[in-house]
Design a binder for this molecule. Sequence first.
Ligand code: PLP
Length: 373
Amino acid sequence: MPIYLDSAATTPVCPAAAQAAFDTMTQGFGNPSSGYPLGRAAALRLEADRAVVARALGCLPEELFFTSCGTEGNNWAIRAAVELNKRKGKHIVTTAIEHAAVLEPMRALAAQGYEITYLKPDRTGHIDPAQVAAALREDTILVSMMLVNNELGTILPVKETAQAIQAARCPALLHVDAVQGFLKVSFTPKELGADFLTISGHKIMAPKGVGALYIRKGLKVKPLLSGGGQERGLRSGTEPTPQIAALAAAVAAWGPGNQEKIRAVKDHTAGLLSGMEGVELISPGDAPHILALSLVGYPSQPVVRALGDKGICVSAGSACHRGKPSHVFAALGLPPKVLMGVLRVSFSPLTTMEEGEAFVRALGEVRETLVAR
Ligand code: PLP
């Protein structure tokens, strides 16, 4: 098995989640809408699973709607907020370092005549809350801000943004992409002041193909999918009970000490890197699991490949960019030599200190080979 240091891209499924999916696929496979015992049992299990995820998130079960992924949750929330506020304005605030699953819907809205303000981060990837307050207008209908940036691990000022919206008395609804934050940092949607909040299963050792959107109680959102009326009429389609069971099992299996455990490995790795010649740590990475660095002057793709040949998986920024320069690192205004060498290393509860050390050793070897050329 390779040394896997790309947990912000995706994670392996934990045994409890795989077992829950297997059991639900082979035994508790009834359709939750069916009226006989097998179906009724599936419906009960579905609601029990919803309660588990809701408890971990700190919301009511009826505020949680299962989706297929984080991308779906983000698209749905943005569309729903714009629809809810369609008579109140056409201005939206977001940040320049959001995931493509927010930026692309924004691009589509801009093409429809919405005005989008993109807040810029400072050199360390942080957004100044004063910038948010200054951007709000009386026709601002939505603010979409991620909780944890997926390439830098920085925490964005979501709570302060909710306060600024209140103080500005503008109609803006607040959407939070918490795909990288869920279980990694402690929060509840209520504490953050979120109206919508997105999570995704495959970042927390559940399978791909499942996520959830928190919709604050009382918001009268239009259905995303119409049909059989599942998910309280808002997202029709037979519920993917194996994925949902696995999501709940992964949440339940997430240990209370995981945040500290992950952070200890990250800090140890960062400590070793900080003494290394030619390496620059780009972000302090407030969240426990993401570390952004640069092998200054060496293009990251060949470095990622060379590390891969040594059995080490890291990313050249977000896995979603497929070789294109990352808009997140570009937004930091890094010197070109630092920008070209960016790497993202990300950790899970399974990552060991030794794996962090092996990465640092391998990076040193790769650098030596490149310097010798
Ligand atoms: N938002 C953030 C911050 C992410 O990191 C990701 C995935 O990398 C997504 C959204 C998209 O989630 P999914 O892959 O479940 O669609």
